[in-house]
Design a protein around this ligand. Sequence first.
Ligand SMILES: *[C@@H]1O[C@H](CO)[C@@H](O)[C@H](O)[C@H]1NC(C)=O
Length: 210
Amino acid sequence: MASVQLSELVDFNQKSLLISAASIAFNPTFWNIVARQEYHNKVLTRLFGGKSQTACYFLAATIFSLGIVRDLLYERALRHQPIHPLLDTDEVTYFGYGLLALGNLLVISSTWQLGITGTFLGDYFGILMDDIVTGFPFNVTDAPMYYGSTMSFLGSALVYSRPAGILITGWVLFVYLIALRYENPFTAGIYAKRDAERAAGVKKDSKKKQ
Ligand SMILES: *[C@@H]1O[C@H](CO)[C@@H](O)[C@H](O)[C@H]1NC(C)=O
């Protein structure tokens, strides 16, 4: 059996591949920098005259648009890549569509549950959720946005029959796992602070009543 070189499956000379990889890494980097600036210095809220809700919607629209650009760059990168015959079958194509459907279901249901501000970093603007959301899709995964998006990347790779897409999906997962390690402790901290303040408030109230 002939050994297969990665360079036969993926055309690394295509600039579009690098551009796609860069845009995938750029997006979470961008929103984390902006969100932390908002949290510490209220940068966006000030820009919108103290209206944090409006500022958060603006960030949501920006992140959403960046996501569309990222998806277009990924599709373009795929079209520049070689097709592999093993991926060029009906079964693989259907499996790819299945992954796309499942990935989109996770992303859309998660947005449905969290709302716009809950999905797009509202916590950093001081717009906190009242309670932890535990219904679907949060009963199947703790990060439905990220895993759903990763599934969609893999689904497209299979629908397009491009091994390069599988490689990029690995990169997407890697970027998201780093983002989660960076974001989760910070958001947990925001809610821990709120809960501590709530508890202190309750104590004060009960003292008043005595
Ligand atoms: C998650 O919740 C949905 C809807 O409530 C339910 O149909 C599904 O069985 C649950 N899944 C798990 C793994 O609990």
